[in-house]
Design a protein around this ligand. Structure first.
Ligand SMILES: Nc1nc2c(ncn2[C@@H]2O[C@H](COP(=O)(O)OP(=O)(O)OP(=O)(O)O)[C@@H](O)[C@H]2O)c(=O)[nH]1
Ligand SMILES: [Mg+2]
Length: 337
């Protein structure tokens, strides 16, 4: 990656120099106003822009897609928004869309635009696209809740967190059934946990056993069903999982995906797990990343609402109901510019 500092009397001129040398793929890392002064006597007051270019990106000369409206004395809020969204890993086409809509929404605003106003307008627009189940529906949850997803994403952890919260804090009648008899030690580990929180625990080796266990616990408010990790690229595993869940009557199935996965892969996973069928999405391991563009894109494009976010390994506390404000807040708050 090449990183270079560009200086000019105006911010527009500095950005122009960046574009001239690095082209459209340049990532603006920092913009700031510089003063002339004792140690800078050779330098007139102006603006500094630090820009980076991936080493394999080719400089191209094109027009700036977004023409910044300059507010003197502060980093340009449009450049700042663009850099932030980019650093969060949002795809370029989404960034352009957000920038254009937010610019249009603020076009008639009087006076200079500062960062808080631009940020707030961006947040308002981005909130609108995110689909979340919400606390009201979650609190009233009833039925059979299978947890599915790729291996190691945190399915069993989610299940133990939810079972504990609903049983011990929510006072619901809960049962746990595991269909994960493949992974060594998985059954005994979950059995021990279920005993600890005093929740009935069953093991289902076959779809028929799963059906029987669920029927035997028809008096429960919630029956959580753990499933083995399923490779989204193994047709037989998807088929097995699908036929396992096919015995259930209107389950509310949760797909667990990790926040550390690339956005393109997350999108692919949401499509592949359609074969099994699921109603809601849980995003795990938010604590293991500092870029949240993928989580946002998941909420916007999956066609299924986000239900929970998990934020660590501690049971039962590291889980929260997914809220659009939280996701957008993570996305727009994590910059230090
Ligand atoms: N940092 C962090 N770790 C997590 C989170 N959720 C789960 N883990 C950890 O991820 C690892 C895998 O969690 P599991 O719950 O066993 O994942 P799984 O999807 O059930 O795994 P398989 O059943 O093997 O497919 C464990 O070490 C968990 O403690 C989270 O939100 N943050
Ligand atoms: Mg598991």
């Amino acid at each position: 990656m090449r990183v270079k500092r560009f200086t000019a009397e105006t911010l527009e001129d500095a950005v122009g120099l960046v574009k001239e040398e690095f082209g459209d793929d340049a990532l603006i890392i920092e913009t700031r106003r510089v003063r002339g002064g004792v140690l800078r006597f050779w330098r007139r007051p102006g603006y500094e822009v630090v820009a980076a270019l991936e080493s394999d990106a080719r400089p191209r000369r094109t027009e700036l897609a977004v023409q910044p409206r300059i507010e003197t004395g502060a980093p340009d809020p449009w450049i700042r928004l663009h850099a932030l969204l980019r650093s969060q890993g949002l795809p370029d086409v989404t960034i352009q869309g957000v920038m254009q809509i937010v610019q249009a929404s603020l076009a008639d605003e009087p006076g200079p635009l500062d960062w808080p106003r631009v940020r707030q307008a961006a947040a308002a627009h981005m909130l609108g696209g995110l689909s979340c189940v919400g606390a009201d529906e979650i609190v009233g949850e009833r039925g059979v809740l299978p947890v599915i997803g790729p291996s190691g994403v945190g399915k069993t952890s989610v299940l133990t967190k939810l079972a504990t919260n609903f049983a011990l804090l929510g006072g619901r009648r809960v049962a746990i059934v595991t269909a994960d008899t493949q992974r060594f030690g998985a059954v005994e580990q979950l059995r021990a946990y279920a005993r600890l929180i005093q929740v009935p625990f069953e093991v289902a080796e076959t779809p028929a056993e799963l059906k029987a266990h669920v029927e035997a616990h028809a008096d429960k408010d919630l029956i959580f069903v753990d499933t083995p990790g399923c490779s989204p690229y193994a047709d037989d595993e998807l088929r097995n999982l699908q036929s396992l869940l096919a015995v259930l009557d209107r389950p509310v199935t949760y797909l667990v995906l990790s926040a550390t996965t690339k956005w393109e892969d997350l999108f692919d996973l949401t499509r592949r797990f359609e074969r099994v069928g699921y109603e809601r999405i849980i995003v795990s391991k938010l604590d293991e990343t500092r870029t949240f563009g993928a989580v946002y894109m998941l909420g916007v494009t999956a066609g299924k609402p986000l239900a929970y976010l998990t934020t660590g390994q501690d049971v039962p506390e590291d889980i929260e109901v997914a809220e659009a404000e939280r996701v957008v807040g993570l996305l727009l708050a994590s910059e230090e510019m």
